[in-house]
Write a protein that binds this ligand. Structure first.
Ligand code: SAM
Length: 231
């Protein structure tokens, strides 16, 4: 399967193992991952965030119910909401999640935005688990002759050490535990370049107090709601 499909499958298998009820996808773009998660029967709330309002308006319809869903309602309540907003901003709509995924998002963020995003994701949203994927630049030698980043919009591409250092520092700072994996393997005869997409899985080591949660819930909302459906 293509690499993007392997990334979605990775998330899906994680989700099937841990069975989170509330899942958000940051930088959801065309909502392809959310679409694949829609009918996992233990999920009760799905949220997507992207800074690009046009892509959400153009592609968000794939998350709306079909006539069949009104004839045969799901056994449990499922709400799906899309927001236009920047992941560098705090919005109480993203509080209390079991899992937040960021698939090929961080390499699109300028250094100052990345810095804010880390704090927003791990300090404010503080979900129970986080999955972050990003290109592994060490793999690029196998991709083609051309040099440079894989995509013109990438602000950086990290090697395994850079990504793992970044993730370990965050884990220490925000009291999470990180593990590393990836998708897209090199052919066996190639030297050890790691996965094509590297992935960090973070799990929160603490339970937030009700007081701290209530303070955050009172933050002013800044995201713009683009789609909201209840199945
Ligand atoms: N996650 C998608 C997937 O797996 O199919 C692809 C992500 S795409 C490579 C990167 C996305 O990040 C784009 O849709 C872009 O609009 C979004 N993005 C970039 N900067 C952002 C920001 N500050 N806040 C929210 N989304 C942002």
């Amino acid at each position: 399967p293509p690499l993007y499909e392997q990334r979605y499958e990775f998330v899906k298998s994680y989700i099937n193992t841990y069975r989170p009820k509330k899942v958000a996808d940051l930088g959801c773009s065309e909502c392809s991952l959310l679409h694949r998660l829609k009918f996992l029967d233990f999920i009760e709330e799905l949220v997507g965030v992207d800074i690009d309002e046009d892509v959400l308006k153009l592609k968000g319809y794939i998350l709306t119910p079909l006539p069949i869903h009104y004839l045969e309602p799901l056994e449990r309540a499922l709400t799906v909401t899309l927001y236009q907003g920047s992941v560098s901003e705090k919005d109480p709509a993203l509080l209390g999640f079991d899992l937040i995924t960021c698939i090929e998002l961080i390499e699109h963020l300028e250094a100052d935005i990345l810095e804010k995003f880390q704090n927003v994701l791990f300090g404010f949203m503080a979900p129970r688990a986080v999955v972050i994927s990003t290109p592994n630049v060490e793999f690029n030698v196998l991709l083609s002759e051309k040099t440079g980043f894989r995509h013109p919009d990438h602000k950086f591409e990290w090697d395994r050490k850079e990504f793992q250092n970044w993730a370990m520092n965050i884990s220490r700072q925000y009291n999470y535990t990180a593990e590393f994996s990836g998708v897209g393997e090199a052919e066996s005869e190639d030297k050890d370049v790691g996965y094509c997409s590297q992935i960090a899985i973070f799990r929160k080591n603490y339970t937030e107090s009700v007081e701290s949660m209530n303070i955050k819930k009172n933050y002013r909302s800044v995201y713009k709601r683009i789609l909201h459906v209840v199945y």
